[in-house]
Design a protein around this ligand. Structure first.
Ligand SMILES: Nc1ncnc2c1ncn2[C@@H]1O[C@H](COP(=O)(O)OP(=O)(O)OP(=O)(O)O)[C@@H](O)[C@H]1O
Ligand SMILES: [Mg+2]
Length: 319
């Protein structure tokens, strides 16, 4: 323990998970301080180990402050005034608080009360509402904890919003970390290793398969994902050229707010276009069924009345 601001844990482990899992536990090192590394944005696949890294870091800090041994090769730790956490989904319906309301109440408490001597764990903030609201809240919360002089706590932020990695590239005290996974013979292999950098793959459907989702639902999910991704690629290629030109413009400017605006604008446009793309291709997908039905209709064999009824039915199904 020391009086400084650095958390440096080499080869940390989670003492409980390590006992319960069959596979060997993969130790990970974590570094935080109050200047260059005060906000770590952690991305990576579902089941990768993001939540585990968050919790083991907090556990180690608490154990050390109690005077205990810690599950790590070595650890240099500062005195913390508090560990704040926002993890998991829960509700409190009897007291009038929905799942998202609980999440926001806890987040508000953190933003009001965390100090530079605190450690904050945010596990997937903003998932309980519409994508855009959630992303905006996650973005603002990360920025607030990074920027606010009284509340800039050391923060570990696990997220599936890959847009937030853009924020980490822009903020001087933020760093991108990823949990790695690889593919072998068509199956995802979780390496559980924490490294610098950012990832964009979630392997959500793979994890749904491992969880025993019926093959029909899985097949359909893959089909929908493929269409969404194909559409997104088109949009993204177009977007890249725009981002490049915005960046080139921003290099020449010294006003930070202009660069901020440019970063936010580029994320917003690409996310917005992707949302529109997702919506329109989902509509395409639903309408495709109407087209298929029309193609299969035995038009030569049906009467005028039947044809009329068929048309009305098909029109009702159109989105
Ligand atoms: N370092 C590790 N070594 C070995 N196994 C690990 C490690 N970290 C996580 N695991 C295993 O992976 C499981 C999932 O980890 P965790 O919940 O942290 O993933 P996650 O990235 O938060 O996933 P999600 O995005 O779905 O929340 C753990 O229950 C554990 O069995
Ligand atoms: Mg998790």
């Amino acid at each position: 323990m020391h009086d400084g601001d650095q958390i440096e844990i080499i080869h940390a482990r989670h003492p409980v998970i390590e006992v319960f899992i069959d596979a060997p536990f993969v130790p990970n090192s974590v570094y935080l301080n109050n200047s260059t590394d005060r906000l770590l944005i952690i991305t990576g696949p579902n089941m990768g180990g993001k939540s585990t890294v968050l919790r083991q870091t907090a556990l180690i800090c608490i154990l050390a402050q109690m005077g205990s041994f810690v599950p790590a090769e070595s650890a240099k730790l500062p005195l913390l005034d508090r560990v704040w956490t926002r993890v998991g989904a829960s509700d409190d319906l009897a007291r009038g608080r929905s799942t998202f309301m609980v999440e926001m109440t806890e987040t508000a408490a953190i933003l009001h009360s965390a100090t530079p001597r605190s450690l904050v764990l945010l596990d997937e903030i903003g998932r309980g509402t519409a994508t855009f609201d959630g992303l905006s809240i996650a973005w603002a919360v990360a920025e607030y904890l990074h920027d606010s002089p009284e509340h800039s706590a050391k923060t570990l932020f696990a997220t599936h919003y890959h847009e937030l990695t853009e924020l980490a590239e822009r903020l001087p005290g933020a760093q991108n970390y990823q949990i790695t996974a690889t593919e072998r013979e068509g199956e995802v292999v979780f390496l559980h290793r924490l490294e610098r950098g950012r990832t964009s793959k979630s392997y959500g459907i793979e994890v749904a398969r491992l969880a025993g989702m019926p093959p029909a639902a899985l097949g359909r999910a893959r089909e929908v994902l493929q269409r969404l991704e194909r559409y997104e690629l088109d949009v993204f290629a177009e977007e890249q050229t725009k981002v490049a030109s915005t960046r080139a413009l921003a290099v020449g400017s010294s006003a930070p707010s202009e660069t901020d605006d440019a970063a936010l604008r580029s994320v917003a446009t690409s996310a917005g276009r992707r949302r529109l793309a997702a919506q329109s291709s989902l509509f395409d997908l639903a309408n495709q069924r109407v087209v298929d039905e029309l193609r299969d209709a035995k038009v030569d064999e049906i009467s005028g009345d039947e044809a009329k009824r068929l048309l009305q039915e098909l029109r009702a199904k159109l989105l």
